[in-house]
Design a protein around this ligand. Structure first.
Ligand SMILES: [Zn+2]
Length: 82
């Protein structure tokens, strides 16, 4: 079961869509989204959202949360590799 970030990673997805993520994180998200209809649908709806709404709902992510999400992404990728 590949339980990468999904809905718990909405902020991460937003960063991804803003192009603000490190390349390795982007790659992990792309790999997940490619096989996840929920995230794919989320991104599609996000792209249809007016930018003013995006800015209003955008949140800062604490560095320690980002680090733990990164660790979770890497674990998920390694599981997926097998
Ligand atoms: Zn997902």
């Amino acid at each position: 079961m590949k339980d990468i970030v999904c809905m718990s990673g909405v902020e991460l997805l937003m960063e991804y869509l803003e192009g603000a993520l490190a390349p390795d994180v982007r790659a992990a998200i792309e790999a997940h989204v490619a096989g996840c209809q929920r995230c794919d649908a989320f991104i599609a709806s996000y792209l249809e959202t007016p930018r003013i709404v995006r800015d209003a709902t955008r949140m800062e992510m604490p560095a320690d949360l980002e680090a733990s999400l990164l660790a979770a992404l890497r674990r998920a990728m390694h599981r997926h590799d097998g």
